[in-house]
Design a protein around this ligand. Structure first.
Ligand SMILES: [Zn+2]
Ligand SMILES: [Zn+2]
Length: 231
């Protein structure tokens, strides 16, 4: 097939290579896609008991502002980690389409209820300026488009600059994110809504829980974390 001039130039100057095996021509080859382990049996994010969609089980629910965490894949060494790294730190935004497809695949397994809206875990504006984009926002936008749901932008903001969670351990992560989120002029649009709160990877649930706390205080009925993988 004849390539367009634009495609030819882009492929020559910015050749695609597989995030798993570095083979040329695609961001993810079929062989490496087959290595990614998708979540078939969701579990309670706290105690790993089997639960529908990955909601918190009846014993763990009282300690959680999140309703549950819908996780697309298992976080293993290999192509998924490669994809996330290339997307987040090398800034290859095209990968949002592939990664969002993982989320959509998992979300499609259950009907999406009425009054559901989509939002992304916000970055602090300084970090967003450095990175050039909010990796969670592009994923959230893809999800919202696919399911024809409203995407709430700027309803939740990050008001404090914090150290990256990856540099910290368990309890420190909770302390690090405490009080960092705020809802802006958004009580009306959040009230009574079921929120799909998208992030890339939830290493611990600390960030999602902190955001959920603020959203619940603004009247959200359910807040589901939606992530590529749990750490
Ligand atoms: Zn490959
Ligand atoms: Zn549990």
């Amino acid at each position: 097939m004849l390539q367009s001039a634009k495609e030819f130039v882009l492929d020559t100057v910015f050749p695609k290579f597989c995030a798993g095996c570095r083979g040329e021509g695609t961001w993810l080859c079929e062989k490496c896609l087959a290595e990614i382990v998708f979540v078939q049996s969701p579990t309670c994010p706290n105690c790993q008991k089997l639960t529908p969609k990955g909601q918190f089980c009846s014993r763990c629910r009282s300690k959680s502002n999140l309703t549950g965490i819908i996780s697309a894949c298992h976080w293993r060494e290999g192509p998924l980690r490669g994809l996330v790294h290339m997307y987040k730190y090398e800034g290859i935004r095209e990968l949002a389409d592939i990664l969002a497809a993982f989320l959509i695949w998992q979300l499609k397994k259950n009907p999406i209820g009425k009054n559901t809206v989509v939002m992304a875990v916000p970055l602090h504006w300084k970090r967003q300026n450095v990175r050039g984009f909010n990796q969670a926002q592009l994923l959230a936008a893809n999800v919202a488009t696919y399911f024809n749901l409203d995407l709430l932008e700027n309803a939740l903001v990050r008001t404090k600059w914090t150290r990256p969670q990856v540099e910290l351990k368990g309890q420190q992560r909770k302390t690090n994110v405490r009080g960092v989120f705020a809802c802006r002029n958004s009580k009306k649009i959040i009230n009574n809504k079921n929120i799909l709160l998208v992030d890339d990877v939830a290493t611990t649930a600390a960030t999602l829980q902190e955001a959920a706390k603020v959203l619940r205080a603004a009247g959200a009925r359910q807040v589901w974390g939606v992530v590529l993988a749990k750490g």
